[in-house]
Design a protein around this ligand. Structure first.
Ligand code: ADP
Length: 707
């Protein structure tokens, strides 16, 4: 019984084992078929014992073809026959039939287990090379079974090309990285996917290979990364952090520098989520040398910062300029109001008083306030013109000595009035003739000397020295010093002295007039002449200004011989054509001229002036006083018309311009229009008469009878 049971048990067990092994075999077969099906268009299962064939897998495009074939043939031989006739190119029929003959297959499989043959299929009217692979899957129960799988060679080539492309692409992409790691965030392990050009050893180094990822990272960071980046880098690469962050973002980067020992190069680590992470938490970490880019970015960043700083500076400068313009206007109006107030106040007082003596005093004060106003206006206009670059130097040959004399003539009266003890050391001055704008050079030193006088108490000392530093055949370099024993300038103020409207006022300087424009003009003129100016001063001890100027030497043959003037001409009895549109100015000029014994022909504009000249007899008119800005025809046009009139006296008659435009440029234009001289308004009576006398005498000397 036991025995029977045992047998029964054994047979059940054997049965079970057989079933298990059969099911295992089935699984293996299925697996094999599935693997083949990925690359082969048809996978068939042939049973040579039973002489049958069935479809295991076929790909879509060939379904109708094989289904049709198999439905027509029940046995393997019939299938082979039909298939060969239908799909194999004719030349290969015999060979195909031979190679796939049941017996041939059996014997070849028996010796090698699997093999492949090539054949040419006619598929979709094309001759397609194909490969047929045969694999023995026989077992004891199932007899001789065989997998027959067919694929087109084109597909293989296509597949291989695609694979190769993919491979190339990956290889190219990873070129940019120094290393790529695959990290298992749950297990804290890592795998090296790519590592090359590892300049600064990293996790690729064998010492790290078997470490947990975070331990390896810690060792790497401590040894290779510069200190400032360590903490943040470790935090960003901890598994817990990566897991959390990659839930929200697909990736993130961090740029770090390696230790000074490794050359302080910049690297970038980037951590990204893997695309196939359903079955776990994985990340890819790439490491890239970004030194060049980072340094270039830094350079650009610095450049931008520098540009921004410059822009800010320019903006501040513009704002300052704007502010100082407003200050300038405020200062101008204040400084103009003061003398104007005096003019109007004394005018009212003069009208009200009965005393001739007091009236004369008031009128003198009005005159002096007027002078102040005039010099202020001249200074402001001068400064503006220099600042706007309108002022140009008008160079002409002039002996240096004459320039010095010109300066002294202007300042001597001031010195005398204040009983200043003045010394001039011009022993070092050259007698050279230089190319200079004498008016402007004189302006510089008259300003400096009058300041020295102004800020030095009565009876004080003022000294001027002229030294020739270097004289060559072409140039002469001068050093001019003006020193006084006056009140001096404080060290805080000295840096501001060349700014317009700056004045240092103290007990000592209280009541001293001025606009604070003189030194601004001086500095700008010196700059215009490519020279330099220095100031040194001590409060209570005095001030010293040093000016360095270099002049080109003039060619002395260039007419330096002024015409000798005869001054014995008497203006009395002369007739003056006065072209002036402003009634008051006409009245003033007429009064001056009549007082000097002359008669006046008035004209209210240029055209009337020209007409009256043409109506006069030849030589009747001694000279023309010509205002510049007039309605109908201005002074320039009128002068040109007189000069072009074609009368014997039209070219020689003196025409003296009277204008408020008191600049060199205007003076040049005056001469271009044929006028003889220029006087700026308000006209000083003495200068007017002097000029008239000089010009009339000159015209007479040139041989035209104007009497
Ligand atoms: P102004 O003389 O019309 O005030 P400046 O521009 O010529 O204007 O001079 C500016 C200021 O510099 C003066 O107001 C004065 O405070 C100071 N300064 C110039 N020259 C001297 C000097 N020689 N001694 C003392 N202070 C001077």
């Amino acid at each position: 019984m036991l025995n029977d049971n045992w047998k029964l048990y054994k047979s059940a067990e054997a049965d079970h084992e057989q079933k298990v092994s059969q099911s295992k075999l089935k699984k293996k077969l299925n697996y094999l078929i599935n693997v083949f099906a990925q690359e082969y268009f048809a996978v068939l299962l042939a049973d040579f014992t039973a002489d049958s064939v069935e479809i295991a897998r076929i790909s879509e495009p060939v379904v109708p073809l094989l289904a049709q074939t198999l439905s027509r043939s029940s046995t393997y031989d019939a299938f082979l026959d039909f298939y060969c006739g239908q799909y194999i190119v004719e030349q290969e029929h015999a060979e195909f039939m031979r190679e796939l003959d049941r017996e041939t297959i059996r014997s070849r499989l028996r010796s090698s287990g699997s093999y492949s043959i090539s054949s040419h299929h006619m598929y979709q009217e094309r001759n397609c090379p194909a490969e047929i692979t045969l694999i023995d899957v026989s077992d004891e129960q199932n007899g001789s079974e065989c997998i027959i799988a067919a694929r087109f060679i084109e597909d293989i080539v296509r597949q291989q090309t695609a694979l190769k492309k993919q491979d190339d692409m990956v290889k190219t992409l990873v070129q940019d990285y120094n290393a790529i790691y695959h990290i298992d965030l749950d297990q804290d392990t890592f795998m090296i996917l790519q590592a090359h050009n590892v300049v600064n050893e990293d996790l690729y180094d064998y010492t790290y290979r078997n470490m947990p990822f975070q331990t390896a990272m810690k060792k790497f960071v401590d040894e290779m990364v510069r200190e400032e980046d360590r903490e943040i880098m470790l935090r960003l690469s901890s598994c817990a952090y990566m897991k959390e962050r990659l839930k929200k973002e697909s990736g993130y980067s961090y740029r770090y520098q390696v230790t000074p020992l490794r050359g302080m190069q910049y690297f970038e680590m980037r951590i990204v989520r893997t695309r196939t992470a359903e079955d776990g938490n994985y990340a890819i970490m790439t490491v890239r040398n970004v030194d060049e880019t980072a340094r270039e970015e830094l350079r650009i960043q610095r450049e931008i910062e520098r540009t921004n700083r410059e822009l800010k500076k320019a903006l501040e400068a513009a704002e300052r300029a704007n502010e100082s313009k407003s200050d300038f206007i405020a200062n101008v109006s204040h400084d103009m109001r003061t003398p104007l107030n005096a003019v109007l106040g004394y005018d009212r007082l003069a009208l009200e008083t009965d005393s001739d003596e007091i009236r004369t005093d008031y009128l003198q004060k009005i005159g002096s306030a007027g002078e102040t106003l005039l010099s202020l206006i001249n200074d402001i206009l001068d400064l503006q013109k220099i600042e706007n670059g309108v002022t140009t130097l008008h160079l002409s040959p002039v002996p240096l000595r004459a320039v010095i004399d010109g300066i002294l003539t202007n300042v001597r009266p001031l010195m005398d009035a204040k009983k200043i003890h003045f010394t001039l050391d011009d022993s070092g001055a050259s007698s050279a003739v230089v190319e200079a704008d004498a008016v402007r050079v004189e302006e510089i030193f008259i300003n400096l000397l009058s300041n020295a006088v102004k800020f030095t108490p009565k009876g004080g000392e003022v000294m001027m020295s002229v030294e020739c530093l270097q004289e060559t055949a072409k140039e002469i370099s001068m050093k001019l010093v003006i020193k006084d024993s006056g009140v001096g300038i404080s060290s805080e103020f000295i840096s501001k002295i060349y700014e317009p409207f700056t004045q240092e006022r103290s007990e000592e300087t209280a009541g001293i007039g001025g606009s604070g424009l003189g030194l601004s003009i001086v500095k700008r003129l010196v700059d215009l002449m490519n020279g330099s100016i220095e100031a040194e001063s001590r409060l209570g001890e005095g001030t010293e200004f040093t000016v360095y100027l270099t002049f080109k030497k003039a060619d002395e043959s260039n007419g330096l011989c002024p015409a000798k003037e005869k001054s014995d001409f008497i203006l009395e009895g002369g007739k003056i054509l006065l072209c002036e549109d402003n009634e008051m100015n006409r009245e003033i000029a007429t009064a001056i001229l009549e007082k000097a014994g002359m008669s006046v022909i008035p004209a209210v504009n240029g055209r009337e002036g020209v007409e009256k000249f043409l109506q006069s007899g030849i030589g009747d008119i001694s000279a023309v006083l010509m205002d510049i800005r007039m309605p109908v025809m201005d002074g320039y046009e009128a002068s040109k018309a007189i000069r072009a009139a074609g009368r014997p006296d039209s070219r020689s008659i003196p025409i003296i311009a009277l204008s408020a435009d008191a600049y060199n440029d205007d003076i040049i234009k005056v001469h271009e229009c044929g006028m003889t001289s220029h006087l700026s308004k308000p006209v000083d009576p003495g200068r007017l008469l002097q000029t008239l006398q000089k010009d009339i005498v000159k015209a007479e000397q040139e041989g035209v009878d104007i009497g």
